[in-house]
Unconditional design. Structure first.
Length: 139
């Protein structure tokens, strides 16, 4: 048997099991990442539902305050001579809080999506480099 064929056979005896093992490691790693991101998304969903509940409670509170103060004058004077519609200010506050919560929600969803995509791409690239390295071992 020629020396090059023997060396090639020896190299295959090493690289083939390592390739199989690295494939298993890659699959397990990707499954672990999937589980991690699933937990992350479930936590985000729980937080978003809590934020929705808080916003609903704030809205109910403002509604109750408006009902309590409905007999007071609509426009309250301030020291600088301006008047402000109190119920309008409460509505602006609720709208602001909704926009604030929506902004945080959209940023967190985008962050989760981007991190997941980038992480999966990095894992694919890392295992691709490892596979390329194993292919260079052939003698």
């Amino acid at each position: 048997m020629p020396a090059t064929t023997k060396a090639t056979q020896k190299s295959k005896e090493f690289t083939e099991p390592v390739k199989e093992f690295s494939g298993t490691v890659k699959e397990n790693y990707l499954n672990g990442l999937e589980y991690t991101f699933s937990l992350w998304e479930q936590n985000l969903n729980a937080i978003n539902s809590h934020v929705t509940q808080i916003l609903d409670m704030e809205k109910e509170f403002v509604s109750n305050v408006n009902g309590y103060y409905k007999d007071f004058p609509k426009d309250l004077p301030f020291a600088n001579g301006n008047t402000v519609d109190v119920s309008d200010q409460f509505d602006k506050y609720i709208d602001f809080r909704k926009e604030q919560a929506q902004a945080v929600k959209s940023v967190s969803e985008k962050l989760t999506k981007d991190v997941r995509t980038q992480t999966e791409a990095n894992v694919e690239k890392a295992f691709s480099f490892f596979g390329d390295y194993l292919n260079l071992i052939k003698m």
